[in-house]
Write a protein that binds this ligand. Structure first.
Ligand SMILES: NC(=O)C1=CN([C@@H]2O[C@H](COP(=O)(O)OP(=O)(O)OC[C@H]3O[C@@H](n4cnc5c(N)ncnc54)[C@H](OP(=O)(O)O)[C@@H]3O)[C@@H](O)[C@H]2O)C=CC1
Ligand SMILES: O=C(CO)COP(=O)(O)O
Length: 338
């Protein structure tokens, strides 16, 4: 393990990030085959070199092909990238695993925590596939799909318990516009990625009500404190939360109108219901589900988590967005670094 000298990468999931990440992979010299859940998406990628549903207007490199057949997507791939919504990973894995090479490394792009089991995506892959941790990696950072697809410069983290595997993957991902850093802190990267989506929902709710930069900066900063509190308690390196997969992604997602999570929160803040928002888009806003799993995880760990608690209350319809900020401000006062 650790060399990854092949050329073919299978990307399982043809949404915004699976497609944009395929551009990075192709620009870095890989041949990419994207598995698409719907045949028409695969046909659009093969025939017009465009994913019209998720990245309209972006021309895809010719090194990218697509198929609806998992066996065809996975044939000959030594790197397997998983890019389906987090809550669907467990049900999807049995479709893919029979065709995954025994030596292949599986790379999770997903930013969520499973409802019910409260597991991270790498834990779900390890459990369902009975796969050792040195064959599972995570890529996470401030990587809004459309900006990456436009080849705007960005950095990210590729994390694996086996540093040699992380370094091999780093080489396979390093493109003219995309700079990956290695890490061995898989857990820290995954909690950073899942938590920032919930904070972005919260920021969106504030923005939707017309609040400005003091409010959003306060939420981002306290969101980072909350993320670090939980992740460190569960074993993360605190410096990971200060890095690209923590602070970097938090700032990008909370600041950008491109973020689906922030947009979801903004629509709630403007008065739309959760059901209306789901009906208005095909795209996933992971935080709307992971707020419940992270809340349960924080409760199980005995960690104070006011932002995930409040976001979950709003998503469940038990708190209105106009009550949200008051719920934060009126909490018992305490020391900042407590
Ligand atoms: N977009 C971004 O900027 C980034 C996203 N991520 C993470 O990547 C992951 C994937 O997100 P993204 O690509 O953006 O999501 P999108 O919503 O853009 O696309 C989701 C993809 O998954 C498919 N899908 C939906 N439901 C299922 C299901 N039940 N089983 C199998 N496939 C399904 C969709 O297929 P169909 O079209 O048929 O519905 C579509 O191809 C998420 O965890 C997200 O947090 C990470 C970094 C950046
Ligand atoms: O993870 C992301 C950027 O790094 C994308 O965020 P959204 O899922 O909110 O669009």
């Amino acid at each position: 393990m650790g060399n990854l000298l092949g050329k073919k990468v299978a990307v399982l999931g043809a949404g915004s990030w699976g497609t944009a990440f395929s551009i990075v992979l192709a620009d870095a010299g890989n041949d990419v085959c994207i598995w698409a859940r719907r045949e028409e998406v695969a046909a659009s990628i093969n025939e017009s070199h465009e994913n019209t549903d998720y990245l309209a207007g972006i021309e895809l490199p010719r090194a990218i092909s697509s198929t609806h057949d998992p066996e065809q997507a996975l044939a000959g791939a030594d790197v397997v990238v998983l890019a389906v919504p987090s809550q669907s990973l467990r049900e999807n894995l049995p479709t893919f695993l029979p065709y995954v090479d025994d030596e292949a490394v599986l790379v999770s792009l997903m930013k969520g925590v499973e409802l019910g089991t409260l597991k991270r995506m790498s834990e779900v892959i390890a459990e369902v596939g009975d796969i050792a941790e040195d064959r599972i990696a995570v890529v996470s950072g401030p990587n809004l799909a459309r900006e990456i697809a436009r080849r705007e410069p960005a950095a990210s983290v590729v994390a694996c318990a086996d540093e040699g595997v992380a370094t091999s993957l780093q080489k396979r991902l390093h493109s003219p516009a995309f700079r990956p850093y290695t890490s061995v802190d898989v857990l820290g990267c995954e909690y950073g990625g899942a938590y920032k989506n919930v904070v972005a929902l919260c920021v969106g709710m504030a923005v939707g009500q017309g609040f400005g930069d003091n409010t959003t900066a306060s939420l981002i900063t306290r969101g980072l404190a909350e993320t670090a509190r939980l992740a460190m308690n569960l074993g993360a390196n605190p410096l990971t939360l200060m890095g690209l997969a923590g602070l970097g992604d938090l700032v990008a997602t909370c600041s950008s109108p491109l973020s689906r999570n922030r947009t979801f929160g903004e629509k709630l803040g403007q008065g739309m219901t959760v059901e209306e928002i789901y009906a208005s888009t095909r795209q996933v806003a992971e935080g709307a589900k992971s707020c419940s799993s992270l809340r349960a995880l924080a409760a199980r760990t005995g960690i104070d988590a006011p932002i995930v608690d409040a976001v979950d209350e709003v998503v469940q319809g038990r708190l209105t967005t106009s009550q949200l900020m008051d719920a934060f401000i009126s909490r018992d006062t305490k020391a900042e670094l407590s």
